[in-house]
Ligand binder design. Sequence first.
Ligand SMILES: Cc1cc2nc3c(=O)[nH]c(=O)nc-3n(C[C@H](O)[C@H](O)[C@H](O)COP(=O)(O)OP(=O)(O)OC[C@H]3O[C@@H](n4cnc5c(N)ncnc54)[C@H](O)[C@@H]3O)c2cc1C
Length: 836
Amino acid sequence: MDKTIDEAIELFRSQKIPVFEPGEEEYERSVATPNLLFRFSRPHLVIQPETASHVQAIIKQARAQKLKITIKCGGHSYAGHSTAYKGILLDLKKMNTVMLDIKSKTVTMDAGCTWGHVYKKLVNGRHNGFIINGGRCPFVGVSGFILGGGLSPFTRSFGMGCDTLEEATVVTADGELVTVKDNDDPNSKEGKLFWALRGAGGGNFGVLVKMKLKVQQLQNKDGVVVAGRYQWFPNSGITNDLMSTMNNFYTTVTNDFMTTMNNFYTTDWPNQMTIDSTWMCDPQQKEGDGVRFLVYYDGNKDEFDTLIDKYIKQPELAKQLKRRSLPEKSTRFLHETLVAQWSEETTKAFPTNKTYNIYSSFVFNNDKISIEKVTAIIREEMKTFRRLYRGEKVQFLVTWIHSGGKAREKKPSDTAFFWREAVYHTYVTVDWEDKWMERDMRGFLKNVKKKLRPFSLKREAAFINFADGELSKKAHERAYFGNNRKELRRIKEIWDKDNFFKWTQGIQLPQGIDDDGELDVDVPDKEDMTDTIAEEQWEYFKTDDFVKDLKEFVDNVDKFVKEHPLLERFFKGKKNYIKELAQKAADLKNDPSTPLGSKDLLPKTIKVTLRQQVIYCDDSSSMKRDGRWDSQKRLVDRIAKITTRILPEGQGVALRFINQDVDNNSNLTLAEIRNILEPMSYMPGGNTEIGTYLRSKILEPLVYSKLESKSLERPLLISVITDGMPEGEKSSEFVDAILECGNKLEGAKYPRESVKFMVGQIGTGKAAAKFLETIRNDTKIAESVYCTSDQLDAKFEEFHKNEGDLDRWLVETLYWPIKDSEDKEDHESDGDDKDD
Ligand SMILES: Cc1cc2nc3c(=O)[nH]c(=O)nc-3n(C[C@H](O)[C@H](O)[C@H](O)COP(=O)(O)OP(=O)(O)OC[C@H]3O[C@@H](n4cnc5c(N)ncnc54)[C@H](O)[C@@H]3O)c2cc1C
């Protein structure tokens, strides 16, 4: 994956498409989410295209490389549908141009806009009396909202947001740019796509990049709307049974509340009136439970007051609704009321205000029987919630978004948005601050869902814009799209036959899984979902990205790679490799069991590890003497242990023997090395043809062939361990092989120091000491070889009791050969050490 991502980054950057990686500020902003359930969501990349052609290039590349794409506009999905934890997050925020044409009453906007961007055009132009059928919250994205149908504060006057869509431009799964319009032939594939874009939710058919909406004219001639907000905490509370049974007075009050709410919901309000309401249960709220009303009225204040008096018989509520609702110019309404009214929801959606949130939604008609049952259930559940979670930082909210009116005039099959009958789209929110409450909260919501679902349209309707991430895979299409779901699958096949835009609650292909499952109960016990999302995301989560100083650390590793031409040559563009290595190195910093991560040693550990490690061992018969064979095993084990500590996933060490052949994988893990070593013995009668096999077992396969195929990915450090002198070959064979290697590297335009050698002696053999002496004094290879004067096994024993010292000595030893080439300054200042 890293390689693919690196390639993608390089390509996007070459096309000047903004790409951000973990640790970069823009990345962090893009992935920030207020819902702690998604706290470990860290995609590989964030891309912020600026134009439709950027989006085309991204989709083509992602498709070619099979990279997962998650599209994000305003990021307000209740179920985290724009939250990515792998692949690419395609954040459209930079595509935010809006063009308002008040003459033709249309607004054209880029698909990364939020409603705030769009409303600003009306506000700044002082276009009073005009409204765009968008969201209540200025931070909601235009794309997710319209694609999901869109319930505006004036839906009852003008229909769903998607009913006012005139034109949409989409980048399809093939990377093509297609514009579809309301006057396309409904039987053409364009006409079908246009139909589907109105209510099937985001992320199904392509990336929406632009759309044109009708601008609506309010009926009030002065361009005034009446808007208000009132939080009603009835004197005796709304769930206070104790009092209600104590005496008749309180019983009357409680009943008064329920009667008022039931009348309120079953009233057929005129289309100009929209009143949303939220039942609020916060066990920490001393006032008890209450209901918040948000009012939007397309008309003047007198008409509004008359309607309130006519339909609301509870005196206190009627009085306050009238007092708290004010007439204001529509531009002022857009500028401040929407923002102020939605302050709690909006504030909750700010990434800095983190809580755990789960949601579910229902679609209700307003017939008396259902409404009375639904309100009774909510009231009972609030009572239970308050009793069970007394004093906890938890909330249970039920929000009724007022629909109906003009939205009901279309047939369910006129657009993908199916639930035309709806009068209320009601969503339940459960939130909490303490993660240990998750099981309780999920269990509670599960129970509420079970009770309310039978009263939802067709006993299962849900609204995709108030998505419930827990709806079963075998039923979510039914819940969101009712009888439109089969047509949606057919359209999916036309526009995305390979299901490139695939996600958990996406529209399937016609041959996808059956959609005949239970809605809420397909998982045996939803309480068992506790922490599942976090668990899944943790798999992909890289802690480095949250370590505050890591960015600096990565930058430093990156910087020192850049400062060393050799490393730069091999690691340029492999930022993820460097980052993974740096992350592991950062972890090492906190490991008290080894000094490898200490301030002075860490740079050396990193430099050693940046090289492909090859350990070349002696298994000649002389290794049987003085416990040399076992010493060598322990030494190899330790070298492998320290050099694999910070290697990125999939990287490892190559192990070769003069006489015997073992697994020739060059990326062996420590465990694999141990498996090889454990049963192995020296080779009775084995020779020391050390130069011959250096060439055939190491240089040819790991260097020369890679030079030919131009695939030498890392510089090499070859550690040669021997106890003797060459036998069975020319005495100069070993030196010749090293010289040859340097020449071949230069021939292929690589510096000689791309392959370095550390040669060390094991045992006390005089012949070996002599051989090493010759090598040490051979000026022809001095540039590439460091021949330690340490007797490796003796040193190993010396340090054995103190593993920290052992690691330090080993890293220093391995570091010597590469020191000259990669850190001249170090070399100069530390020069004296070399005599050790
Ligand atoms: C505070 C608040 C207030 C809200 N008010 C309302 C309201 O008044 N009425 C209403 O109907 N809903 C409302 N919602 C719900 C909201 O409309 C949906 O959550 C909607 O999907 C959010 O759109 P977004 O672009 O912000 O979301 P995102 O999370 O960015 O996207 C939502 C989905 O659409 C996909 N998507 C985003 N952009 C594109 C694109 N350009 N092309 C293709 N797919 C894309 C994403 O991948 C994701 O699946 C509200 C939500 C919140 C949090």
